[in-house]
Design a protein around this ligand. Structure first.
Ligand SMILES: *Cc1c(COP(=O)(O)O)cnc(C)c1O
Length: 365
């Protein structure tokens, strides 16, 4: 049974959940990377192997989201993201695994190899892919797709927001914090002072923040912002925190109601670079360091930038005697067998340019 359900038995009875991944994910001591950057006690939470086919942080959210979709008898799910969205891909893969169709409504982003791979994989795993040029077109296009599917199948698809960060999805990361508490209790790592994680749609960082309170851990979350600041406003953050907390409390009144203050979740603003999904020099150096020291591959949009913030703090000697946990939110399962199966010409035309134009300069090596 998942830790959340062990601690809160009413949640086990009433919350939707479908098991998709392999949990708990391992804790790994990053001795070499730690030595290289000057952090004696550096650990990695290996959410990159959270699933057998496809890992990463979205699996935890999808266990609740797809659980709910199945619970209400949906046959299709629709979700949203940028063209290379790991979330849209994870949704496609796991929706199909539980017998649901998936639709991805996507927006343009800077080109990279991983964008090409995720698009090919989305197609391989049966997602219906659409791309719209702007947020406005995307909004109108989404309504059109919803109506089209309603007309064709009689029901609206189950809606999963960008990044899976609805209160229901975020519960996946409340559970992750309780999972971490068990790993601390059985000696896999000392209680961390800090968790570093990329901050996108904020579900990961907010779920952990709420879960750490419930777990009674003193660990603080450092969210490294990798998206435009308009997506991570304090008001929205507080709202999502309280909505998730209320949802859990509504399902099990023994789940306490907590206060959320700005100090609970520290946000780092200096590491996104000029825009979302445009890689940074520091990020690429951080990823290179991870690869040579620990053999783990990061990507340039989220995890490389998150690690570059951790390394920056370490360089300022702020982490020398701290216990630091780097939450690896990226997938590390090899999917090249599937990528090789798809010809990009089989994708809708609007995606072909990703394969015909060069990738961004920092991704060319
Ligand atoms: C989606 C994603 C994130 C961001 O998580 P949020 O919960 O949206 O903040 C971080 N890393 C990777 C690799 C992701 O795909």
């Amino acid at each position: 049974m998942i830790p959340l359900f062990e601690h809160y038995r009413r949640c086990a009875e009433t919350l939707p959940h479908v098991s998709l991944g392999i949990f708990p994910t391992p804790i790994m001591k990053a001795t070499h990377l730690g030595a290289a950057i000057g952090v004696d006690s550096l650990y990695i939470k290996r959410d990159d192997v959270s699933g057998k086919i496809y890992g990463g942080n979205k699996v935890r959210k999808l266990e609740f989201l797809l659980g709910q979709a199945l619970g209400i008898g949906a046959r299709e799910v629709i979700t949203f993201g940028y063209a290379g969205s790991n979330h849209a891909l994870a949704t496609a893969i796991y929706a199909r695994q539980v017998g649901l169709q998936s639709i991805s409504v996507l927006l343009p982003q800077p080109n990279a190899h991983y964008v090409r791979h995720n698009l090919l994989l989305g197609h391989y795993f049966g997602a219906e892919l659409h791309q719209y040029r702007t947020l406005m077109y995307g909004a109108v296009g989404s309504v059109y797709q919803l109506l089209r599917h309603k007309r064709r199948y009689g029901d609206f698809p189950y809606i999963i927001p960008p990044g899976g960060s609805s209160p229901m999805g975020i519960i996946g990361f409340v559970n992750a914090a309780l999972e971490l508490k068990e790993q601390v209790a059985c000696g896999k790592l000392p209680e961390p002072d800090y968790i570093y994680a990329a901050l996108g749609t904020m579900g990961t960082a907010l779920g952990l923040t709420l879960g750490l309170k419930a777990a009674g851990l003193k660990t603080r979350v450092i969210g490294v912002r990798v998206v435009d600041a308009k997506f991570t406003r304090p008001k929205k953050m507080a709202r999502l925190f309280y909505q998730t907390n209320s949802l859990l409390h509504a399902h099990d009144s023994s789940f306490p109601l907590y206060e959320f203050s700005d100090k609970d979740l520290e946000i780092r603003h200096g590491f996104m670079g000029s825009r979302y999904a445009l890689f940074t020099e520091e990020g690429m150096r951080a990823a290179e360091c991870m690869k040579t020291q620990e053999g783990i591959s990061l990507e340039g949009t989220y995890t490389a930038k998150a690690l570059s913030a951790l390394i920056d703090d370490a360089t300022k000697k702020a982490l020398r005697d701290k216990v630091v946990l780097f939450w690896n939110t990226y997938n590390s399962r090899n999917l090249s067998y599937a990528i090789e199966e798809v010809d990009y010409h089989d994708l809708p035309r609007s995606f072909h340019h990703y394969f015909e134009e060069e990738v961004q300069s920092l991704d060319r090596k």
